[in-house]
Design a protein around this ligand. Structure first.
Ligand SMILES: *Cc1c(COP(=O)(O)O)cnc(C)c1O
Length: 425
């Protein structure tokens, strides 16, 4: 008997390449048929066959409160009745920008866009416009969206597909992009406009920054007049109340956001000081625009999420995740495999191996673990037990505020069984 998941995926494959609109959803690296989701509530999603899963994908981090949070739903319902987009300024975009700039010290202005990709692409243009320099530095295994100049040595789906970059990106488009190993401060010179970094690398599974890495980047950028750009599309308003700056005590020159700030709707943002942002059109010579930018639905959802959370929520979530990580490692160990769940606040990775290992410090080390084949079996064993992890070993687990201690305890129990399955694979 074909399941409705299979039927929908067959239909999808006829009209959507690979049956998906984003490659990370495709199950290509773990095998099998993706579940097609019809609804989500809190920590759970339900597929077209009526199967419920405890969801650790959470739209790859876009959902901080869990799915369909009543406050977000009601803010959206209220907003939608008033019209969805106007091509004129709206109060909602002002309010979201006020919340963000009030919360993040040093962030004075933002430009709202519609995705993380757009935020990074525009931030790079602004950095080049402001500095008058061409080169940018990124780190191996960090993902900064799919714009041409940044689509080299990317994590996430790029790593999952085993690609160094992408076909269709010209040598010219990446010739000013320098790739350096994560956790090593590169020596810069005056040709560098900007250094882009994920303050916590969360697209090569989870790789934490060494003590001194971000501080070292700050000092090296300041030394040569390059701009330090924190790609906070994952860490922003998730790793801590005010994001990576609060968590690590390092202030970048520019910030990029996405995911959490849209409350599940398409939003991104990039920002910096008012002086720097004055180089953007209409005030300055760096052009950047968007028909749906600052969309009233997206800003309503995002503002609601940011206003719901308190610093205490982040402490509590970090605590819950710390316990979860320790218990999950113990559960995996009971199977004879070795599991490591590095955490940074509420962010958590999961590496599996048959041998003891140190937590990876760069993409090379992460890759060896992500490619050892164990995740595939573990992933499917968890899915069969009603726990949805991301269908790729390079992704992290997103624990939302809707995941209860009981949800996490049940997951640990299932992980012990799934690890046994993986150990026999
Ligand atoms: C998801 C992600 C992006 C891209 O955001 P999109 O909204 O998918 O375009 C950029 N940077 C990081 C760190 C991300 O995790």
């Amino acid at each position: 008997m074909t399941s409705l998941n299979e039927a929908w995926f067959d239909r999808a494959q006829k009209v959507l390449p690979g049956g998906v609109d984003s490659p990370v959803r495709s199950f290509r690296s773990v095998g099998g048929t993706p579940y097609t989701v019809v609804r989500g509530a809190g920590a759970y999603v339900e597929d077209v066959d009526g199967t419920r899963y405890l969801d650790f994908v959470q739209s790859y981090g876009a959902s901080l409160l869990g799915h369909a949070h009543p406050a977000v739903v009601s803010a959206l319902c209220e907003a939608v009745g008033q019209g969805t987009t106007f091509g004129a300024p709206t109060p909602g975009e002002v309010v979201l920008a006020e919340v963000m700039t009030t919360r993040v010290p040093g962030l004075e202005q933002v430009r709202l866009v519609s995705s993380g990709t757009e935020a990074l692409m525009s931030a790079v243009r602004l950095a080049r416009g402001v500095t008058g320099r061409d080169k940018i530095v990124k780190f191996d295994g960090c993902y900064h969206g799919h714009s041409d100049a940044l689509l080299v040595a990317g994590g996430s789906g790029v790593a999952q597909m085993g690609l160094p970059g992408s076909a269709g990106v010209t040598a010219g488009a990446v010739s000013d992009t320098i790739v350096a190993p994560y956790n090593e401060v590169p020596a810069l010179d005056e040709s560098v406009a900007a250094v882009l970094v994920e303050p916590v690398a969360a697209n090569m599974n989870l790789v934490a920054p060494n003590a001194g890495f971000l501080r070292g980047l700050r000092a090296e950028c300041s030394r040569v007049g390059a701009l330090l750009i924190f790609d906070e599309v994952i860490t922003g308003f998730r790793v801590a109340f005010a994001g990576a700056e609060e968590f690590f005590g390092v202030r970048p020159d520019m910030w990029c956001f996405g995911k959490v700030i849209g409350g599940g709707l398409p939003v991104g943002a990039f920002g910096g000081t008012s002086e720097m942002m004055a180089s953007l059109a209409p005030l300055g010579p760096v052009y950047q625009a968007g028909t749906l930018s600052g969309n009233p639905l997206a800003t309503a959802a995002g503002t609601t999420v940011l206003n719901m959370v308190t610093p205490g929520d982040y402490e509590e979530l970090s605590q819950r995740v710390a316990t979860f990580a320790a218990n999950l490692e113990a559960a995996v160990a009971s199977s004879g495999l070795v599991g490591r769940c590095p955490t940074q606040g509420p962010l958590m990775g999961l590496f599996l191996s048959r041998e003891p290992f140190e937590a990876p410090k760069n993409f090379g080390e992460a890759k060896v673990l992500c490619e050892n084949g164990l995740y595939r079996a573990f992933f499917h064993a968890m899915l069969e037990r009603g726990v949805a992890l991301a269908p790729g070993a390079y992704e992290i687990l997103f624990v939302s505020l809707a995941h209860s201690a009981d949800d996490l305890a049940a997951t640990v129990h299932k992980a012990a069984e799934a690890a046994e399955v993986a150990a026999r694979s």
